[in-house]
Write a protein that binds this ligand. Structure first.
Ligand code: NAP
Length: 283
């Protein structure tokens, strides 16, 4: 496994396992399978409703805590200084852990400044090894890091062959923020798994399209967290470190970029309103 070094000196595996949309009753087994396949980075969130199951799998696996890199995320309704401390304590308890490797602000809305101050303090207290954000466009990211003490270690954003984020990655690189991809397969949207260009490259390497996409992300120094509930796919998805795409293949994949989201544009007021509605409904 390759690692990246975050801006505070800690190492993070470049490829991990995401558990979004895995129902809680299936999550423990899925995480156990992923750990058995060699994954050591786990990505969950308070809003996924499966932190307890992730925690049970970690415990049952018997893998020493310091060999794991566990990420969870702060949900929208829990922003603000006091709420964040409470939400963090809840997540930690559900995961059955006494520290977290990475804590992310899940969405760039509501009182993220208050949350960031709380997270800075929790980081200094030693209960979170790295703090970061998710779904922040460069303007929001640079705003946050310009007016606070700690620069986010990571920004987890939608990144896949149809929305490549190369300019955003450049801004992050300039500021020392590690890019992490969510939806690396675009959850299969846009016909990703059968795309002719990706299938052609896969054929030339004797690999699957999934492996080509993950290799492409890793070669761009993007941390990636593919999700699967199937053990054979977990094994396939982590097996991308013994081959390399050529410059021509990287350039060919670059032509697939549409420059826009396949899910939601976080800068669209209607999307902000939709998230705010979620907040109102669950507050
Ligand atoms: P994804 O990883 O792009 O795609 C997952 C889909 O691909 C599933 O339907 C899975 O099906 C299928 N798949 C996995 N491996 C495959 C393979 N080798 N061949 C064919 N199909 C395969 O989607 P994602 O779960 O949305 O994103 C990954 C992780 O990013 C999430 O789990 C979560 O941790 C994180 N995330 C974060 C945010 C955020 O706002 N920060 C948003 C979305 C996701 P099976 O399970 O049936 O194999």
């Amino acid at each position: 496994m390759r690692h990246v070094t975050l801006n505070n000196g800690i190492d993070m595996p470049i490829l991990g396992f995401g558990v979004y949309q895995i129902p809680p009753e299936r999550t423990e087994q899925a995480v156990l399978d992923a750990l058995a396949a060699g994954y050591r980075l786990l990505d969950t969130a308070a809003s996924y409703g499966n932190e307890e199951a992730v925690g049970r799998a970690i415990k049952a696996s018997g893998i020493p805590r310091d060999e794991l890199f566990v990420t969870t995320k702060l949900w929208l309704r829990d922003t603000g200084e006091e709420n964040t401390r409470r939400a963090f304590a809840t997540s930690l308890r559900k995961l059955g852990l006494d520290y977290l490797d990475l804590y992310l602000i899940h969405q760039p809305y509501n009182d993220v400044y208050g949350s960031w101050r709380a997270m800075e303090r929790l980081h200094r207290d030693g209960v979170i090894r790295a703090i970061g954000v998710s779904n922040f466009h460069p303007d929001r990211l640079v705003d946050l890091l310009s007016f606070n003490e700690i620069t986010p270690a990571v920004n987890q954003i939608e990144t896949h062959p149809f929305f490549q984020r190369t300019a955003d990655q450049e801004v992050m690189r300039e500021h020392g923020v590690q890019i992490e991809s969510w939806g690396g397969f675009a959850e299969g949207r846009g016909g990703l798994f059968t795309h002719p260009l990706l299938s052609g490259i896969a054929e030339r390497h004797g690999r699957s399209v999934a492996q080509i996409v993950l290799r492409w992300l890793v070669q761009r120094d993007v941390v990636t967290i593919p999700k699967s509930v199937r053990a054979e796919r977990m094994a396939e998805n982590i097996d991308v470190f013994d081959f390399a795409l050529t410059d021509d293949q990287m350039a060919a994949i670059a032509t697939l970029d549409t420059g826009s989201s396949l899910f939601f544009d976080h800068r669209d007021p209607a999307v902000v309103d939709w998230f705010a509605g979620l907040h109102r409904d669950t507050a």
